[in-house]
Design a protein around this ligand. Structure first.
Ligand code: CA2
Length: 145
């Protein structure tokens, strides 16, 4: 089982600012955490992070026929990007949306998720643990399919 873990803009800055919202661990710590979870579950993972909407769309398209599932934190593009939503619909790869913070408790402009409309599940407000929950969910979801 091959999963692609995608993160959007500024997630590479984790641990550098706003520790009150996103924690004090870095993006490298996040990758190490997910890799450890994947190894424990016998799942193959690849990682992709970009600050560019089109690059994220390109990567979703390139995932077609390669990955069984996607774990996606589109970051700020969650709330703006119909292009990412359309790409997810085009490839129809089971995708789980993850947010480190609890976006439901935050500003009005974070209350819409376009990408989430194409996702089979969403985890938010669990910190890094949300990515592990997404991995566990996809493993079960793809095994049952
Ligand atoms: O909670 C999440 O995971 C978010 O996707 C994070 C996005 C935000 O726009 C979404 O509404 C919720 C922002 C990621 C920015 O990450 C930073 C990291 C360090 C310092 C500042 C921002």
């Amino acid at each position: 089982m091959k999963l692609l873990v995608m993160n959007g803009p500024n997630i590479n800055m984790l641990g550098i600012r706003e520790p009150g919202v996103y924690g004090s661990q870095t993006y490298a710590d996040l990758l190490a955490f997910i890799q450890k979870s994947a190894d424990e579950e016998g799942v193959e993972v690849s990682f992709f992070q970009s600050n560019h909407e089109g690059a994220l769309v390109d990567e979703i398209q390139a995932a077609y026929g390669v990955y069984d599932g996607i774990i996606l934190n589109p970051a700020a593009y969650t709330h703006t990007s119909v292009a990412i939503l359309d790409a997810l619909k085009a490839v129809a790869i089971p995708t789980v949306e993850v947010h480190i913070s609890d976006v439901k408790q935050r500003e009005d402009f974070r209350q819409i998720s376009y990408a989430g409309k194409a996702c089979v599940k969403t985890y938010m407000g669990l910190g890094f643990e949300g990515y592990r929950q997404a991995l566990l969910f996809l493993k079960q979801y793809l095994t049952q399919k």
